[in-house]
Design a protein around this ligand. Sequence first.
Ligand code: ADP
Ligand code: MG
Length: 174
Amino acid sequence: MTQPIFMVGARGAGKTTVGSVLAKALGYKFVDTDLHLLRTSGLSVADIVDREGWAGFRLREAETLKAICSPLTVIATGGGVVLSAENRDFMREAGTVIYLRSPASTLANRLEDAPQEDQRPTLTGKPITEEMREVLNEREALYQQAAHHVVDGTQDPALVVNSILDALALPLAR
Ligand code: ADP
Ligand code: MG
């Protein structure tokens, strides 16, 4: 299997952390869509949202997803990538999609512990646990729809990677 692997999940799900460990384990390249956007446009997610709004950011995100899609690559996507049906279909067709699933409280704790690693502005300006609960309410079904495999993201990153490797060995449930 050489198709790209897309990591999806909310902010704090471990897409970057787990995705890069997974890439090492498989001998794949690792690409982060937000970082790619920053490198190619010189703009952070916050900059783009400031100038172009979330709609402008979503357009650029869809383009980026296609631009970085290549074989032997683990791709960490942005948390909202699944909001677009086009993005969900594109990822499912082009590769294998992994949903890193954790409860809102876990995501909120991680984001509070390491706010500097999260380059994304908040969506609502509400307290973080409440925001993550709302985000999951809105997106849980979409993450599930997009994903070929749903993986428990609450364990240690190395164990999460093992679960993903196990899932990848299974035939794809389409
Ligand atoms: P994402 O890219 O999905 O937003 P990150 O990989 O940046 O998430 O992780 C967010 C924070 O949570 C980081 O501080 C990271 O170290 C921590 N983290 C990620 N995955 C795990 C995990 N499985 N267990 C514990 N902490 C984690
Ligand atoms: Mg990330």
